[in-house]
Structures are given as C-alpha cells and as structure tokens.
Ligand binder design. Sequence first.
Ligand code: NDP
Length: 473
Amino acid sequence: MTYQMIINGNAVSGAAGTFAVINPADKSVLADCPKASLAQVDEAVAAAKAAFPAWSALSIDERRQKLLALADALEAKAPEFMQLLTKEQGKPLKGFADMGAGFEFGGTLAWMRATAAMDLPVETIQDNEVARIEVHRKPLGVVGSITPWNYPLLIAVWHVIPALLTGNTVVIKPSENTPLTTLKFVELANTILPAGVFNVVTGAGDIGAAISNHQDISKIVFTGSTPTGKRIMECAAGNLKRLTLELGGNDAAIVLPDADLAAIVPKIFATAFINNGQTCAALKRLYVHEAIHDQLCAALTEMAVAMKTGNGMDEGVDFGPLQNQEQFNIVKELVEDAKAHRGNVLCGGEVIDDSGYYYPITLISNVANGMRVVDEEQFGPVLPIIKFSDVEDAIRWANNNDNGLGGSVWSSDSEKAQAIASRLECGSAWINHHAMVQPDAPFGGVKGSGFGVEFGEAGLKEFTSIQTVHIYP
Ligand code: NDP
C-alpha cells in the first residue's frame, strides 16, 4: 500500500523524501511514509486558510451532514482500518475485554457521530426594552492538530471533528510512529469534504514546530507529553494562538478498606492496563489501605499471570507490544529502578521476547512516592501498588505529583468516596471506576496535565471565539 499526504484535496508525496514506519510487533518496516518539507507545511496551511471562508459560511447542519457521511464511509472500511491500526500501533484486533483495535475503531465512530450531532446555539443574555444582547460563537480559522501514537485514529477524531463542525479548517500532523491510519482517514475525508478543509502533513523533527509557530494558524490542539506541551505554548505566543493541551497523566487511585474487592478488581485491572497502559488517563498509581492490600495484590496478580502478550494480529492475544522503542526503554528503566530500590515484583518485570517491543503485565508492591516508578508516568503495562494506613497520607501522596489528569476513589460508601475525590487535584474524578470518558462529558487536566477540555459543549466551545452582539432598538 502507498501512503501520501493530502494537501488542498490532492494526494502528494513528501518533498523531503520518506521515513520508515516500524511495526512494533516484529520491528520490521511496515511502510514508507512521506516526509513533508517546510514549504509543504506552508502549502497545507495556505490551503486550509483559503478553504476557511466557504467552509465557515456553511450552516452547522450542512457541515454536520458531511461529517456524518464521513462516519458512514469510515464504518464501511472497518476491517481495513482496524488491521492497519493493529499493525502500526500494536494493539490486538480484539484483545483483553475487547479493548483492542475494534474498541478504538468503535469509539472513533461513536465520537464522530455524537460530536457531529452537537450544536452551539446563540445565547441570549438580555432581551428587554433597553437592548437585546446575544452571545454568538464563531470559528477561529485554521486549527493545527498534533496527535500521539497511543490512539492515533480516536484522538484524531477528538481533535478534528469538533474543529470542523464549528467551521474551522484543519491541518493535522500525526505522530511519526503511527501516521498511517491518519493518512488513510484524511484521504477518505477528502472524498467528502471540500478541498483544503482537512489537510495532513507527516514528518518528524521539525514539522510540529513549524505548525505551532505558523502565523496563519489560530489554534493548536495537542495530545502528548508535558515538555512538548510547554514548547508548543512558547511557539504559540507569536500570534497568540489558542491552545488545548492534553498532556500526560499519572493518575492515582485510592482504595478504601470498605471497597468490595470482587467487584473492583476487574475494573482496576482493566483501567490500569487499557491499551497496555499507554493511555493518558489510565490508572497509574494504586494506593491501597493496609487492611485489604495483600488480598488486592493477590487478586490482581491472579488476573495478570493469565494474560497473554504477543503479536496483536494473532488470535487469543490479550495485549500487544509497546508502541515504540523509546517507550519500551522507559518502562524497562522504571521497573529496573524499582527493583533496585526493593520494589517487590509480584509478576512480570522481565522482557518476554525481543523480537518486538513486548513487555509483560507487571505489578510492583513495596513502593512509595519518591521512587521513579511512582512519581513518573510509566505509560506502559506496569502498576505500582502503595500501601497506606491513614487516608490523609493517601490523599497527600496522590496529590504530590506534577500531573493532574484523573483520579479515583474506590469504596462501598459513595458519599465518603466523593468527599475524598473532591480533594484530588485532577480534571476528572471517578468513584469506583477510572479512565471512563464519553463524548458528552468534558475531559481535561490541571497542573502539568495541561489545560482546556475536550468533549461535550465545553469541548466544542474551545474551537470558537465569542462575539457578543448588542442590539439597541
Ligand atoms: P511528544 O509528546 O514529544 O510529541 C511528539 C509530537 O509533538 C510530534 O508530532 C512532534 O512533531 C510534535 N512536536 C514536537 N515539538 C513541537 C513543537 N514545538 N510544536 C508543535 N509540535 C511539536 O511525544 P512522544 O512520542 O515523544 O511521547 C513522549 C511521552 O509523552 C510518552 O512517554 C508519554 O509519557 C507521553 N504521551 C502522552 C500521551 C497522552 O495521551 N497524553 C500520548 C502519547 C505520549 P515533530 O517531530 O515534527 O517535532
């Protein structure tokens, strides 16, 4: 299969050549991907700028119909997209609890349709004999979307569909690790959308900065690491770009002694290891009361050792490889550091098979804040389990982290759990669950996890500016 960028409705090769996309299951070259030149970034932005007046002049209903048609067209290509997703990202087609490529693809369609159905009606804040005052929402212009490698298709849709629905045009730059599904998605979109409305450029090293520095881009929506988010913020200052920055998370969960173990163990396991832990809002630090600590460790270990990690294209595989060499190295390094500091590896903790980026589901107890595996986002199949006796300590430890994406409290007493959750410094708090997101509920971080929200009306508004209209008789 050949892959091309789409600029102004045309399929084009990379003027700077190509780069290799690696299949994480066997480290082979999966495809050669176009490498954009900086001139091509300019062309893509110029195309998006030129397409903006006509696209933004359409009614929201007209744009909605096109986005719904795109969802239908994508659904018709389900097998092709799911297989490509598995090959470039590594996640199994089905996987543990059906949370593999099918889950990402299904979520992509669900988000497209739910987001496309939304509206931003004019708000009237005064209507009397003195004046009528209305608040209108206007699109911003060209939006730059920079997407990560953990959910390449789903996160592209999280960025792009609200931007397009509200009348913006888009230039997307996927991660160089997983550009292929995005290239195919934009190609498909361009059979439905007018030329220039949705463009894609691929490359590595200089393309992201060219986008965040570009004077004709009005907003950047970025999902990725905190250091890169900070760099984007610096670049964006030149023309005061608006930003939505969904950065890393190191989500804490606090398990109280009255939690119903049988009910919570499968949920804790699933939300810690969703997408092999490569999920921004996965449960990444587990604080457990001493009364149930050993039992919970034993129950999680029993689940973990039954899991099969392998090539995501094979039947019966629960978890695939990590997506890339860098992430594999981080995970390995954090586990080795925990071992060196007397962490108790309950299961996993050794590389399984070097033919791909395979790392087993790993549980580590006897760890504490101040150890790297607890303080740093592992973004992989590793869960540190920290024992506490006083819940005040657990709250303090949970908050003693630079990140603030999500957090959870697990208890049979929902009121007590909510009171604790309200003290967690994070953008989403769950009681007896974790990592649950849906298209109509705002999602975003605080502290080092970024700012701005995605999803729901609040997420849609982030792609607009306000025009307040004062009408006097
Ligand atoms: P990064 O967060 O570093 O993001 C890389 C992307 O950002 C590339 O597309 C790159 O483009 C672009 N970029 C770099 N500099 C700029 C800039 N100044 N302006 C605009 N874009 C820029 O990703 P990594 O893959 O290195 O992941 C690192 C860590 O991030 C992981 O270990 C994990 O902890 C976390 N992560 C978090 C995710 C989440 O969901 N929140 C998802 C994935 C990773 P270019 O190469 O052209 O510069």
